[in-house]
Design a protein. Structure first.
Length: 185
């Protein structure tokens, strides 16, 4: 199955995931994220749309804990970060921050995906925004999704590898170990 077919298959699966189950799984994802990443201070995190794993609970917890939260926005072919807040609907129907661009570093970048393979490579919507954005950045790359989004596909040379993937079933590590020093598969 090529990436285009895989994208379509998983968009359909996400679309038909029931709201009760989605809410439960998003709560489990948020709990796992909090357990593993609460020690960090700065976060780049997407605003979920179109059936993506939810980020609202994670963002609320980070803000309550006094963490710095930035969200991406699309400008041309690039992603830019701004502090959480002052949202407007962007070119793809996603709520994007409109404040001054943040050019500093972030400890953790939370990334949406349509699929992730066993080697930690993700496929998104095919525009390459995150692959370009992450190139050369020193940030932990954490993908969020549901366990059914673990699929086998061949990554491409430009694809950026995740460090971690969080689903309703837990934390998957693609590096030396998870944030607590152990690997879970």
């Amino acid at each position: 199955m090529d990436k285009r077919q895989l994208r379509e298959k998983l968009k359909i699966k996400r679309r038909y995931l029931g709201e009760i189950l989605r809410k439960k799984w998003d709560e489990q994802i948020a709990e796992t994220f909090s357990e593993g990443f609460a020690k960090f201070e700065t976060f780049n995190i997407y605003r979920a749309f179109a059936g993506e794993a939810g980020t609202d609970l994670i963002i609320e917890e980070l803000l309550r804990a006094g963490k710095k939260v930035y969200c991406p926005r699309v400008e041309g072919d690039d992603l830019r970060l701004s502090e959480y807040g002052n949202f407007q609907t962007g070119a793809f129907g996603i709520q994007e921050p409109q404040g001054e661009e943040y050019k500093g570093s972030v400890d953790v970048t939370v990334i949406p995906l349509l699929a992730v393979n066993q080697r930690g490579y993700r496929t998104g919507y095919g525009k390459g925004f995150y692959d370009r954005f992450l190139l050369g950045k020193d940030t932990l790359k954490v993908g969020l999704g549901y366990d059914f989004q673990i699929e086998e596909f061949e990554e491409e040379q430009h694809d950026q590898r995740l460090d971690y993937f969080i689903s309703e079933k837990g934390l998957y590590s693609f590096g030396e170990g998870d944030v607590n020093g152990k690997t879970r598969s």
